[in-house]
Design a protein around this ligand. Sequence first.
Ligand SMILES: [Cu+2]
Length: 75
Amino acid sequence: MCTTNERREITLDVQGMTCATCAQRVSGALRAVDGVLEVQVQVREGRATVSHSGASTDALIHALERVGYTAAQAA
Ligand SMILES: [Cu+2]
């Protein structure tokens, strides 16, 4: 069996973040997704960078929708 814990990154464009509370909400929602290791949120850029070991982009986007933010994978 392969036991590498591969670490990958997904960058999301997040709409509607305006303050530190938004950043915390976004960060908390993303951290709760299975496989997520680390989250960095930049409110001004409207961006969240997620380090993960197998989380799906859809799961991340849906987690943000549930707390009221629209997100898409950054180009
Ligand atoms: Cu806010």
